[in-house]
Design a protein around this ligand. Structure first.
Ligand code: SAM
Ligand code: SF4
Ligand code: SF4
Length: 340
């Protein structure tokens, strides 16, 4: 049976949303300690380095086949830092062959990309997003918790270009008082390169980052600031559920985007599930608890698919729309465990 072509109707959740998109963490360790995600004073240096609890490549492949059978066609590999997972290109090659997965992407901090970009391309990876919060070396280093060097990330981006990746997404989380002054320099650097810088509102994910709404810089504020320097024109979204609002530079120097999950929630179009490196599914970025998929996975991909369909059918998450409501869940899974 071809599991990518299901015989029965694909599941919809309680709010009528299908499951289209899977974000899969391949590791919960990271070589950075970004303050908004994994602050160095809260997360020990050796966090996540024990590989025993991680899904194996065989398990990941079966899991993705099961998700493809219930409608997932977009797959993004993430972490922690996914490039720390040994033999990642080998895994990419296995996942790229799965029927139904027509978009295979990776989100990385880029620090280890220079050495791996070509192998990832040859393995069949389609797209890369690089997280990059500053272009100034000192600010970049501070944003990474004192671990990262901007030169290594820029080398990684150059290697990705040389390997044939085009139109990279460059994601920047803007945190008031930390890297606001990097917004225009980042655009100055990438304008005209064909890559798309996207500014992400700082979110109240997890609990260890000590988030405060005062540290959020809204997309509207940023857009006005940017437009005062380079006039912008709004672009149509390309498909329903596209998370970034897109703009073009009027002078033809390309595109930029804003992801506004705090100021303009998009739960109504959220078709995404997340799976942690130890095989737990989270149906919302702000979920407190996940469900362990390993027992179903042990019974094979068809059993996994049926289990996921049942879980998805019960889903009613819409945290960003009810943020601030006393009924909104307060316990949130950490971002570095489910990868953004
Ligand atoms: N380590 C990889 C990286 O940084 O690209 C992949 C995992 S990281 C958790 C994925 C994305 O989540 C990054 O783009 C990061 O900036 C974003 N992120 C982490 N914490 C965040 C927060 N509190 N608010 C908004 N985005 C956040
Ligand atoms: Fe690591 Fe990415 Fe989190 Fe930064 S955002 S600490 S690079 S997982
Ligand atoms: Fe999706 Fe949850 Fe984010 Fe809403 S808050 S868009 S349901 S992940």
């Amino acid at each position: 049976m071809n599991l990518a072509r299901p015989l029965q109707a694909l599941p919809h959740d309680q709010l009528g949303r299908p499951l289209r998109d899977l974000r899969l963490s391949v590791i919960d360790a990271c070589n950075f300690r970004c303050g908004y995600c994994m602050p160095a004073d809260r997360i020990p240096d050796d966090h996540g380095l024990d590989s025993a609890g991680r899904l194996s490549f065989d398990q990941i492949e079966a899991l993705v086949r099961g998700f493809a059978a219930v409608g997932v066609h977009k797959l993004r590999l993430t972490g922690g830092e996914p490039l720390l997972r040994k033999r990642l290109p080998e895994l990419v090659a296995r996942l790229a062959r799965i029927p139904g997965i027509d978009d295979l992407a990776l989100t990385t901090n880029g620090s280890l990309l220079a050495a791996q970009a070509r192998a990832l391309r040859e393995a069949g990876l389609h797209r890369i997003t690089v997280s990059l919060d500053a272009i100034d070396p000192a600010v970049f280093r501070a944003m990474s918790g004192g671990r990262g060097e901007i030169a290594a990330v820029l080398d990684g981006i150059a290697a990705a270009e040389a390997a044939g990746f085009t139109a990279l997404k460059i994601n920047c989380v803007v945190q008031r008082g930390a890297n606001e002054d990097q917004v225009l320099p980042l655009l100055e650097h990438f304008r005209g390169s064909g890559h798309v810088v996207r500014f992400i509102e700082y979110m109240d994910v997890g609990t260890c980052n000590g988030w405060s709404s005062e540290e959020v810089v809204s997309s509207a504020q940023l857009r006005d600031r940017i437009a005062a320097r380079w006039p912008l024109r709004a672009l149509q979204s390309r498909y329903r559920g596209e998370v970034a609002e897109r703009y073009a530079f009027e002078d033809g120097a390309g595109e930029l985007g804003f992801v506004s999950s705090v100021s303009a929630p998009f739960c109504g179009d959220c078709h995404r599930a997340r799976v942690s490196a130890d095989g737990r599914i989270y149906t919302c970025l702000f979920a407190g608890d996940g469900h362990d998929l390993k027992p179903a996975l042990e019974q094979g991909e068809a059993a996994l698919a049926a289990h996921v369909a049942a879980l998805w059918s019960r889903r009613e998450d819409r945290y960003s729309e009810i943020r601030g409501n006393p009924l909104a869940p307060r316990k949130h899974i950490e971002m570095y465990l489910i990868g953004g």
